[in-house]
Write a protein that binds this ligand. Structure first.
Ligand SMILES: N[C@@H](CCC(=O)N[C@@H](CS)C(=O)NCC(=O)O)C(=O)O
Length: 217
């Protein structure tokens, strides 16, 4: 990695799918360009399909400038893994890496379920999905975190003895759940609460949570 690589995260003015990239860069302590496009501006970028437009024509995107070359990457998972590999947040053996990746996907499943609730217009269906989410999805996540941190983690980390993408993505989904459903939903889940506190206690993450622009949705 060249010393002068620079990074730009482009997303909408909320956490959503862009936040994991902001978290990984913040956990490394890197300054990055944090572009938050209002939807109308994004529609213009997409219609123009110019050099800065991601190849999938969806956000988030990660723009990397390294050795004089600019690359625009898409797909939040691919971008998050790329940054995690570069910065040493992806485990130190294939056996650790697969658990980091497993945790990432497990957290993503919960995030998708959360956003099904958020976008559900039918109030009856929304209440039903919320109940299932609180009793089934979060319970599954609680059991998962206990299993993996007991087996693979040390000192409160999910895998190994330092921060990985697994910790950051679990934190991200818990944090976004609190934003949408409130902190009380975690009352029955001590492992998730403990994990959240562990990640938040990292000074670089604490700095980011303090300095980030307030999400607009
Ligand atoms: N699998 C993609 C999904 C990307 C995606 O669905 N992006 C949505 C916002 S979360 C988007 O760009 N919507 C606006 C559009 O399609 O124009 C990822 O994880 O990055």
């Amino acid at each position: 990695m060249s010393k002068d690589a620079t990074y730009k995260v482009t997303y909408f003015p909320g956490k959503g799918g862009g936040e994991i990239l902001r978290l990984v860069l913040s956990a490394k302590g890197l300054k990055f360009e944090d572009v938050r496009l209002p939807r109308e501006e994004w529609m213009k970028v997409k219609a123009a399909d110019g050099p800065g437009c991601p190849p999938t024509k969806q956000l988030p995107s990660l723009t990397v400038n390294e050795n004089g070359k600019e690359t625009v990457l898409a797909q939040s998972g691919a971008c998050a893994r790329f940054l995690a590999m570069k910065f040493g947040f992806f485990g130190s053996s294939p056996e650790e890496m697969v658990i980091v990746d497993e945790a990432y996907e497990t957290a993503m499943d919960v995030q998708r379920e959360l956003f099904k609730i958020v976008f559900q217009q039918d109030q009856g269906e929304k209440a039903k999905l919320t109940e299932e989410f609180k009793t089934v999805s979060l319970k599954r996540l609680e059991d998962y975190v206990k299993n993996r941190s007991d087996t693979y983690g040390q000192d409160g980390y999910l895998v190994g003895k330092s921060t990985t993408l697994a910790d950051l993505q679990l934190y991200n989904v818990i944090d976004q759940t609190i934003d949408r459903l409130g902190a009380d939903v975690f009352a029955p889940y001590p492992e998730l609460k403990k994990h959240m506190e562990k990640v938040k206690s990292d000074p670089k993450i604490a700095k980011w949570t303090k300095e980030m622009p307030p999400p607009q949705f």
